[in-house]
Design a protein around this ligand. Structure first.
Ligand SMILES: C[S@@+](CC[C@H](N)C(=O)[O-])C[C@H]1O[C@@H](n2cnc3c(N)ncnc32)[C@H](O)[C@@H]1O
Length: 229
């Protein structure tokens, strides 16, 4: 739990170098450290690309005096120009706006609420705003409860290891001798978004709930209202 490490930054940079995503989305921004690293990689390898950040809070969870995204706002104008930040939002509250005002995303970084079923739900409600053909989803803290038992949140672990409808890669950390960053490569021509959504529903049901969803999320999941074409 916390900001991404140097090894993880290198892994994200490699993914960006080889895949050159054009529209990136990040859920879980905090200080903006990871946002800044993503933006730096975009500038290096695909300088027209943009990043949108979403965070539930408008301050850093460890210090109320630090505004969310502060690190990006300390960078050059170039980075700020390529960056849009939505604070005090979660995916459901901002999804319609993203649908109407942004191009579909081909790179998604999820590092938000790690308790089951939040990571699955974040991805479920992002499916409709991902590109129709291919998208890369990077997950932080896939082995959090095993690396850091004081944070027994299994949501990212369940999502990464249970999902079958994609290719996967995990980055092993020298420090922990275990991976904590997982990458999912979706090809929706092979497994459709509907199939991925059905798998996510199964993973949500399979494991004990660690954090309650709001009624809005529950109602939309019950109606299977994900906005997928
Ligand atoms: C671990 S921090 C992110 C660290 C950041 N990615 C980095 O590496 O610098 C998790 C962040 O997710 C936010 N968060 C938690 N639940 C969320 C949700 N459902 N939607 C959006 N943001 C959420 C928290 O407010 C917190 O700022």
């Amino acid at each position: 739990m916390g900001a991404i490490s140097n090894e993880e930054i290198e892994c994200i940079e490699n993914i960006i170098e080889f895949n050159k995503p054009s529209n990136c989305l990040e859920i879980g921004v905090a200080s903006g450290w990871s946002s800044g690293q993503i933006l730096k990689s975009l500038q290096k390898f695909t300088p027209e690309s943009t990043l949108v950040g979403i965070d539930f809070l408008d301050y850093c969870y460890w210090d109320r005096t630090i505004p969310v995204g502060k690190y990006v706002h300390s960078l050059d104008y170039y980075y700020k120009e390529k960056y849009s930040l939505f604070t005090e939002h979660h995916i459901l509250s901002v999804k319609e706006h993203l649908e109407n005002h942004f191009e579909p995303f081909d790179f998604l970084f999820i590092d938000a609420n790690h308790k089951h079923p939040f990571p699955c739900v974040d991805l479920l409600f992002c499916l409709s705003i991902l590109k129709e053909t291919k998208a890369i989803v990077v997950l932080h803290d896939i082995n959090l409860p095993f690396i850091n038992p004081q944070f027994p949140s299994h949501g990212v672990n369940h999502l990464f290891y249970e999902l079958k409808d994609c290719m996967k890669f995990e980055s092993v950390s020298n420090e922990f001798k275990k991976s904590n960053l997982g990458v999912l490569f979706f090809d929706f021509d092979i497994y459709s978004k509907q199939e991925v959504a059905a798998q996510l529903e199964n993973i949500i049901k399979k494991f004990p709930i660690e954090a309650e969803l709001s009624q809005e999320y529950i109602d939309r999941i019950n109606r299977r209202d994900y906005g997928i074409k």
